[in-house]
Design a protein around this ligand. Structure first.
Ligand code: CA
Length: 230
């Protein structure tokens, strides 16, 4: 299999250098752009396997870069965001980004996010019917959830929430995405539905929000299922 190629769009040269070392040492190909317009052109001509995008660019808003790339490409976009910029992150995800990492980020976390995005791109979720994360297993076809082999009874909506997180295991799923998929587009803003369902799922799985084994809260943004092999 050819190495995956990562395009970095980031105006700060020291961060680009750091990313080049991290990405290349992990065995990925690397190309870089310092401005948004140049990045869009390189995404179009170079057909990268993943785009790492800084939201604060000198010539255009990172969100415009996402919107522009999404007009013709479903390439995974991982956003580099500054700490506590929740509104910015959510806007980027709503514009079509797939996930984010917060600066300053650890190399390990960055590479884990990159691999999760590349993996879910290579293996369309429809092909997987059984998802395993630690001792949690979710059989999407049979609607069966087990923890350490013991079946866990979830309501239909609780199962649908967990199943969506499982299909994107390791990746962030936003509140809006979960609400729209499980309750319908009219309920995109009914965050309390989701909060209650997640609480019930955690109780039934024996998970602890403060020290999660399965479901990680991304405050103000969404949730992700931890790990997820298979
Ligand atoms: Ca910047």
């Amino acid at each position: 299999m050819a190495e995956a190629r990562i395009l970095v769009i980031e105006d700060e040269a020291p961060i680009r250098r750091f990313l080049r070392i991290a990405v290349e040492s992990a065995g990925f190909g690397f190309s870089e752009a310092g401005r948004g317009r140049q990045g869009i052109e390189m995404a179009a001509t170079g057909a990268p396997d993943l785009v790492l995008l800084d939201l604060g660019l000198p010539d255009m808003d990172g969100r415009q870069v996402i919107t522009s790339i999404r007009e013709w490409s479903q390439v995974p976009i991982l956003v580099l965001s500054v700490r506590d910029a929740e509104t910015e992150k959510i806007a980027a995800l709503d514009a079509g980004a797939d996930d984010y990492v917060t600066k300053p980020f650890a190399t390990g976390e960055l590479l884990a996010r990159i691999r999760a995005l590349l993996r879910s791109r290579k293996a369309p979720e429809t092909e997987k019917t059984n998802i395993v994360a630690g001792d949690l297993s979710i059989d999407l076809a049979a609607h069966l959830v087990r923890v350490a082999g013991a079946e866990v009874k979830l309501t239909r909506k609780e199962f649908d929430v967990l199943a969506l997180l499982a299909r994107y295991a390791g990746r962030l799923v936003t509140h809006r995405q979960l609400l729209a998929a499980v309750w319908g587009p009219a309920h995109e803003d009914d965050a309390h539905y989701l909060r209650i369902a997640i609480g019930h799922i955690r109780d039934k799985l024996g998970d602890d929000a403060g020290n999660p084994r399965y479901i990680l809260t991304e405050p103000g943004v969404g949730y992700r299922l931890i790990g997820g092999a298979g």
